[in-house]
Every structure is written in structure tokens, then in C-alpha cells.
Design a protein around this ligand. Structure first.
Ligand code: SAM
Ligand code: SF4
Ligand code: F3S
Length: 444
């Protein structure tokens, strides 16, 4: 009498802990792994200590990311010694080609699987579920989707920028078919997603490996027609592969957000060439100007590496000058980090001192803080459309179509809805506002 069957049923469910670092691609793949585990009845825990399965999704883009991964692996070694029944699976860019070597070096890891190989994990998991390991496996239907979801459209990278480890860890480019992408977007829309970000290391290379030769422009046109999807983004664009047809589509398609991440990496031609980026500063500048002329209100984000081998003060000064001329909405700046196996690691001495790298990084961050503050302040008093993603610390949080983070207070329920918000104040990183219209805006 009075006993509630639910808590005991929950306590019988197998549990998992998922650790994720890295870029949006990793986040998207972690979401797929979590969906897979939730689907066979696993319950997610916030800590690894009591979990039946611990899953690490790793990044090695810079040395400090790799150190975090190694730290996590050694922590789990201790945990597994205490609880031998626990399983450990590791994926992401830490897992390269030599799986045998990894297994030998980390014997406490039960499964290594390369980034994006969700099917491998699914097979491993279904074997364990079938053999009764970690519980019986109750098939559940997929739950609601987040208002803004990620959709990988192309895996791997063919570019081999001289500093970058990604092509060595994620392999060559493989595009999903437009049918697969559209089906995924439709599924997400059916479960409540209103925004999708199409992901790839270079989305503008999408389709080059497909028989149909469908390209990103064709794909955007198809996704633009999916009912329920109000906003489409894509990430990341390689400046060399952005063509006129694509710029036209961006300008024309109403669901496509006027926002692009276009990493420049450096503002000096010699450095760009040593990086093997495939464009000059002038070509990049002209592209940005053409895009801004064709797409009014376009918001731009870029990535920069400081302290690349051989980067002089004068070279660095040209990067600063370019950023100050083009005035990006956001800049992600990183200090160059030697990555084993890359062309730069093999042939170019890491000759910029750590303190010089640190100072250059800080100089760009300070300049960009000023620029972002000025650009964001110009929005005060204006009304912006915000797709609300969550409630955090008593405020609604969402993004504008130009990818600016907005917070506002309101008594209503706004998660997953489009709000018309009047901007009341701005900082370099976000906007604050108040709801201008009580009802949802813009939905079709
Ligand atoms: N494919 C995208 C591109 O072309 O920019 C993103 C690649 S990477 C995952 C994200 C960013 O990390 C790069 O844009 C670059 O600025 C930075 N990055 C990559 N390798 C690096 C390295 N060895 N040292 C410092 N930053 C690096
Ligand atoms: Fe790395 Fe260059 Fe590929 Fe981006 S385009 S993932 S920076 S090799
Ligand atoms: Fe890291 Fe791999 Fe992304 S190295 S940044 S997780 S592509």
C-alpha cells in the first residue's frame, strides 16, 4: 500500500555518464549517442561515479584539449579499479587510426570508436543489451528535440591546413545524401525543433563526393521547405569554397539566417600560404564586401590563430588591421599549438614565444571586445526576433537570427517560441531586452 512502483523501476535502469568537449560537431554526435542510449532505456547521470557506462567524446584540436582528455582517462582508470563492472567507451578526435595502440595504452577502456561512427557504438551497445549486460533494454520512442538542433551534413575534411589535426582524426570528406539530411530535419521538426544548424568542417564542400553532385545551395533550398523549421544556419564555411550561387541563395532563402562563420585565420599572405589556406587577404576582403553588399544586415564570425610559426610582429599587425577594418560580430582567437603529424609540426619550428602568443591573443581579444560592444550597442532600442532555447537563472535565453545571445525576463512560457524582443542594453557578449509583443512572431 502506498508504494510507488516508479522509483524502483528507475533504479533498475542501467545508467550512463557522457563527457563531451570540442566543437559543435562533437556536441551533435554526443546528442546522437545520448539519443541512442536513452532509446534503449539507459538513464543519464550527472557524475561518472555510479554509472554503468562512461562515454567520453574527445577533442584534440589544441594541446590543452588533449591534456584534458588524458586527465579524464586517468581519472577513469582509478574509478574502474574501484568498480570493475563499469564500462568505458571513448570516441571523438582523440581516437585516430591506430586503435590497437590505443587499446594497449589504455586497457581500462572497453571500446574505442572513431568520431562520428555512431553505428559502431550502436552495434556494441545492442550486443551488451542482448546479452543482458547493463539491463534488459526497453525500447523507448525518441523524446522531444531541442528548439535549436545540430545536423551533421558532411564528415571529415580534405583541406589539410598545415596546423590542423582534424583531417588526420576525422578522415576524408563524406557527405550525407540530401534525402538523409532532409529526413533528419523533418524528424527534428516533428519533435519540436525550430532551428537547425547544418554542420561540417567545410559545409561549402558539401556534395562534391555525391553522385548527384547536389551542393550546399541545393540542400539549403530543400531544408528551407521543411514545415516547422523557422531558421537554418550552417557551420563552418571555408572562404575558398564560397561561390556566387551560394551567396545568392543565402540572400534569397527566407529561412536561412543572415549569419556566417568564415574563418580567416590570419591577415598576412605569407602566413596564409604557410597555413595552406588557399586564399589571399585581398580575396577574403573582397568576398566579405561582396557578401555584405548582397546580404544586408549580414552578421559575420571568424577564427584567428596567433603565433603561427614565423609570424612576426608586422605579420600580426596586419591581422589586427584586417579585423579592425572588417569589424566582425565575433572573433574566436586561439594561440597556435603544435599538433603531432601535421605539416607545420613536421616542417615549421614553433618559434613564437608563449608570452608573445599570449600578448597577441589578448590584444585581439581586447580590440574585439570594443568592436562587439559597439556593434551590439547599435541594437539598443531596436526589436529583434529571438528563438528562446531555455530558461536559466530566472531569465529566458535565446538567439537572434544573427546569432546574438539575448536574455529577457517575462512571466510567460517561452521555450521553443519566437519572441519579439526590444533590446534595452548590450554588452560585448550579449543583449538584454523585454518582450515587445505578448504573442509569438514570425511562425509559419
Ligand atoms: N573547419 C573549420 C575551419 O576551417 O576553420 C574549423 C576547424 S577547427 C575545429 C576550429 C578552429 O580551431 C580553427 O578555425 C582554428 O582557428 C583553430 N585551430 C585548429 N588547429 C589549431 C592549432 N593547431 N592551434 C591553434 N588553433 C587551431
Ligand atoms: Fe582543419 Fe582546415 Fe579542415 Fe578546418 S578546413 S578542419 S582548419 S584542415
Ligand atoms: Fe576538436 Fe575534433 Fe572538433 S579536434 S574541435 S572535436 S573536429
Amino acid at each position: 500500500m502506498g508504494s510507488n512502483p516508479i522509483p524502483s523501476a528507475i533504479s533498475l535502469m542501467p545508467t550512463y555518464y557522457l563527457w563531451n568537449i570540442g566543437c559543435q560537431m562533437n556536441k551533435a554526435e554526443s546528442d546522437q549517442l545520448a539519443e541512442c542510449l536513452d532509446g534503449v532505456g539507459y538513464r543519464r547521470l550527472a557524475r561518472p561515479d555510479d554509472a554503468d557506462l562512461v562515454l567520453l567524446n574527445t577533442c584534440v584540436v589544441r594541446g590543452n584539449a588533449e591534456e584534458r582528455v588524458r586527465g579524464e582517462l586517468s581519472r577513469l582508470k582509478g574509478l574502474k579499479a574501484l568498480r570493475p563492472g563499469m564500462s568505458v567507451a571513448v570516441t571523438g578526435c582523440f581516437v585516430g587510426g591506430g586503435l590497437e595502440e590505443l587499446r594497449e595504452r589504455f586497457p581500462h577502456v572497453d571500446l574505442f570508436f572513431p568520431a562520428g561512427q555512431v553505428a559502431l557504438f550502436r552495434d556494441w551497445l545492442s550486443e551488451r543489451v542482448a546479452t543482458g549486460c547493463h539491463g534488459a533494454g526497453v525500447s523507448l520512442s525518441a523524446g522531444p528535440a531541442a528548439p535549436a538542433a545540430y545536423v551533421p551534413i558532411i564528415r571529415g575534411c580534405n583541406n589539410f591546413c598545415s596546423y590542423c589535426i582534424v583531417p588526420y582524426r576525422r578522415g576524408r570528406e563524406i557527405s550525407l545524401s540530401p534525402e538523409e539530411v532532409v529526413a533528419r530535419v523533418q524528424d527534428l521538426a516533428g519533435r519540436g525543433a525550430r532551428e537547425v544548424t547544418l554542420l561540417g568542417q567545410n559545409v561549402n564542400s558539401y556534395g562534391k563526393d555525391l553522385l548527384s553532385r547536389a551542393d550546399l545551395t541545393d540542400l539549403l533550398a530543400q531544408v528551407n521547405g521543411v514545415p516547422g523549421i523557422e531558421r537554418i544556419r550552417f557551420l563552418t564555411s571555408h572562404p575558398r569554397d564560397v561561390d556566387e550561387k551560394f551567396v545568392d541563395a543565402m540572400a534569397r532563402l527566407d529561412r536561412v539566417c543572415k549569419w556566417i562563420s568564415l574563418p580567416v585565420q590570419a591577415g598576412d599572405d605569407r602566413v596564409l600560404q604557410a597555413m595552406r589556406r588557399g586564399y589571399t587577404v585581398e580575396e577574403y576582403r573582397r568576398l566579405v564586401k561582396r557578401m555584405r553588399a548582397r546580404i544586408p544586415g549580414l552578421a559575420l564570425s571568424t577564427d584567428v590563430i596567433v603565433g603561427f610559426p614565423g609570424e612576426t610582429e608586422a605579420d600580426f599587425g596586419r591581422t589586427v588591421a584586417l579585423l579592425s577594418e572588417l569589424r566582425f560580430d565575433t572573433v574566436h582567437v586561439a594561440a597556435y599549438s603544435v599538433r603531432p603529424g601535421t605539416l607545420a609540426a613536421r616542417t615549421m619550428p614553433d618559434d613564437v614565444l608563449p608570452e608573445q602568443k599570449g600578448r597577441r591573443l589578448q590584444e585581439i581579444e581586447e580590440m574585439q571586445e570594443r568592436i562587439s560592444a559597439e556593434l551590439n550597442s547599435s541594437l539598443v532600442g531596436k526589436r529583434v526576433e529571438v528563438l528562446v532555447e531555455r530558461r536559466a537563472k530566472g531569465k529566458w535565453e535565446g538567439r537572434t537570427r544573427t546569432n546574438k545571445l539575448v536574455f529577457f525576463s517575462d512571466a510567460g512560457e517561452w521555450t521553443g517560441r519566437l519572441a519579439d524582443v526590444e533590446v534595452t542594453s548590450a554588452s560585448p557578449w550579449s543583449l538584454q531586452g523585454k518582450v515587445a509583443l505578448r504573442t509569438e512572431v514570425g511562425a509559419r
